[in-house]
Design a protein around this ligand. Structure first.
Ligand SMILES: [Zn+2]
Length: 208
């Protein structure tokens, strides 16, 4: 797998392009607010986009979807349905998207020979997911380097995100962590230094 990182939009969400270079296929994770820029970057990889995966429904992660759907009408867009709301009070934060497919816990999607597995990790939003591929975790706004996502949105919950963080922290072995904002990390580093992950896992103090 080859990974390209592209900061997109006014609040610089991380868009990731996941490439299987042998089969020349790729997937876009969270195309933020800049569809055209993402499309150019995909062209530069020489791989064909076969899927768009959304870690959650917030506009700073989904803003480029419509533009990409126009450019790539055949390419499926996956989002967990709990982040697509009927209630219009959510729409400013979670704009409704057309023609998406829902994915959820346990689903496994193929990008060429790469396998992308879905873990439901709610808390930042009801439909937040983490995507697992090879030794990488794409954690969206659930787990950041040194921190975690906000939970003060209408469907956010600190209790729920802590349960999701616990689950990530308990994955066996070390993983590369690629969050929805800011720099990447490793799960082992986060287990040691991330106060939210440590709280979630019941650790006492920083080095306890
Ligand atoms: Zn978010």
């Amino acid at each position: 797998m080859k990974l390209h990182v592209l900061p997109v939009g006014p609040i610089q969400a991380n868009c990731y392009i996941l490439c299987d270079e042998q089969e020349k296929k790729c997937a876009v994770i969270d195309p933020g607010g800049e569809g055209a820029k993402v499309a150019r970057a995909v062209k530069g990889t020489d791989c064909e986009a076969v899927a768009i995966f959304l870690t959650h429904g917030h506009y700073d992660h989904t803003g480029g979807v419509e533009e990409l759907q126009e450019l790539w009408p055949e390419v499926p867009v996956y989002i967990n349905k709990r982040d697509q709301h009927e209630d219009s009070r959510f729409w400013q934060l979670c704009p409704p998207l057309k023609g998406t497919k829902s994915y959820d816990e346990g689903d496994c999607l193929e990008v060429g020979s790469l396998k992308v597995e879905v873990l439901a990790t709610p808390g930042h939003s009801g439909g937040s997911v983490t995507l697992k591929c090879e030794n990488c975790l794409f954690t969206g706004d659930t787990l950041f380097a040194g921190s975690c996502g906000r939970t003060d949105f209408p469907d956010g919950s600190m209790t729920t995100i802590l349960a999701s963080l616990k689950r990530l922290g308990e994955l066996e072995g070390d993983w590369n962590v690629f969050p929805g904002h800011m720099e990447n990390s490793t799960l082992e580093r986060e287990r040691r230094y991330n106060p939210y992950l440590r709280q979630a896992m019941g650790s006492k103090g920083y080095f306890g």
